[in-house]
Design a protein around this ligand. Structure first.
Ligand code: PLP
Length: 388
């Protein structure tokens, strides 16, 4: 039988990290000592008190059945309390918070609730690939918003043509930003809300990195702005804050009608997040946040070492104020792809080509600081031996 894949699948760009993983495996087979700064997956283990909470929760038969719906009320209350404490934002656990099987799941599914074929989705680039993949899966049309250094890696909303803005139904924003590590101010979020009100656009703010900030500069939430809850939702996750990427737990919060749309899609696709994971997640959000402070220190030290050492050998990289990414300009005369290949072939370093995350990422590579300080130092030493 001839297996014929859907046009939808054929339209997807190749999944970037699958390709990087293939190259990595091939290099390991050749016996190369690989230092992987590619995928943004924390190397630190989940804090012990969260793992312990999971051990207790997993024993409870009530969690052994389908969880269904918006999630455990205790989890949603924990989210609500955390938002109040962290951002002074009020969220009703009953209808303004919905658990997700990792925030990627919700970010990828939300289009299905609002996008009709041909509707426009405003997608920042370079950016997290899921914003665009969800658009393709729902037969929407991406309109890409370039994130460039001149604009502090914020989208220039003024530049969006009127007729595009009028046809747009969803706008994605993501600060602290993956991959550029840029942060946004409340003043930017104000402009986003006014833009969304004017054109009737649903704002989806991806706040996965809000807790990975440095030098005490806490990133704000889009929902802090007056009127934000009328136009949008925010996606959040325990993945980066508590080193829980493998657990698959996140949430969407904000406008109750938007949440209801996402909820209806999910009711028809999945049956919720394992209750024990939600119970442990509630413990993570409500207990002492010292572990998060510790995590920030680890990444801040790694950031200082890696950017400091790279600058010493003649690169010119800025210290990120948030996220665990370093968005580095490639050496003169090289493309992102050339640089990634040279770093892998000549130094055994895996990183992400900027253009793989969108055309405006050309001329950059992204390093994820998800290995130890020792390995980061070794990485820069290896890079220093490359002849450009
Ligand atoms: C890591 C990440 C997420 C979180 O993904 P989960 O599915 O919650 O693990 C969301 N958005 C961006 C931009 C990310 O880098």
């Amino acid at each position: 039988m001839k297996i014929d894949y859907s046009e939808r699948l054929k339209k997807l760009p190749p999944y970037l990290f699958a390709e990087i993983d293939r190259k990595k495996k091939a290099a390991i087979e050749r016996g190369v000592d690989i230092i992987s700064l590619g995928v943004g997956d924390p190397d630190l283990p989940t804090p012990k008190h969260i793992v312990d909470a999971m051990k207790i929760a997993v024993e409870k038969p009530k969690h052994h059945q389908y969880p269904f719906g918006a999630g455990l009320l205790d989890f949603r209350k924990a989210v609500s309390d955390w938002y109040k404490m962290r951002f002074n934002v009020d969220l009703n656990p009953q209808n303004e918070i919905h658990s997700l099987i990792g925030s990627k799941e919700g970010i990828g599914h939300i289009h299905l609730a609002f996008i009709n074929p041909g509707d426009i989705v405003l997608v920042p680039e370079p950016g997290y690939p899921v914003y665009n993949c969800g658009t393709i899966f729902s037969d929407g049309m991406p309109y890409f918003l370039p994130l460039i250094e001149k604009n502090n890696f914020l989208p220039d909303l003024e530049k969006i043509p009127e007729k595009i803005a009028k046809r747009a139904k969803i706008l994605f924003i993501n600060y602290p930003n993956n991959p550029t590590s840029a942060t946004a101010t409340l003043e930017f979020y104000e402009r986003v809300v006014r833009f969304a009100e004017k054109y009737n656009i649903i704002v989806c703010s991806d706040l996965a990195y809000s807790e990975i900030y440095f030098d005490g500069k806490k990133p704000p939430s889009f929902l802090e702005v007056e009127g934000a809850k009328n136009v949008g939702v925010e996606f959040h996750s325990l993945s980066k804050t508590y080193q829980m990427t493998g657990w698959r737990l996140g949430w969407a919060c904000g406008n109750s009608e938007i949440i209801a749309g996402l909820s209806e899609v999910k009711d028809n696709y999945d049956s919720g997040v394992f209750g024990a994971v939600q119970e442990a997640g509630a413990v993570a959000l409500t207990s002492s946040q010292n572990c998060v402070e510790e995590m920030r220190k680890v990444y801040q030290n790694r950031r200082d070492i890696f950017t400091g050492e790279l600058n010493k050998i003649g690169w010119s990289v800025k210290k990120p104020e948030a996220t665990f990414y370093v968005w580095a300009k490639v050496p003169k005369g090289y493309t992102s792809a050339d640089t990634v290949t040279k770093l892998l072939d000549e130094a055994g370093i895996i990183c992400t080509p900027g253009n793989g995350l969108g055309p405006s990422g050309e001329g950059y590579v992204r390093f994820a600081l998800t290995v130890s300080e020792t390995r980061l130092k070794q990485a820069v030493e290896k890079i220093s031996k490359i002849k450009w």
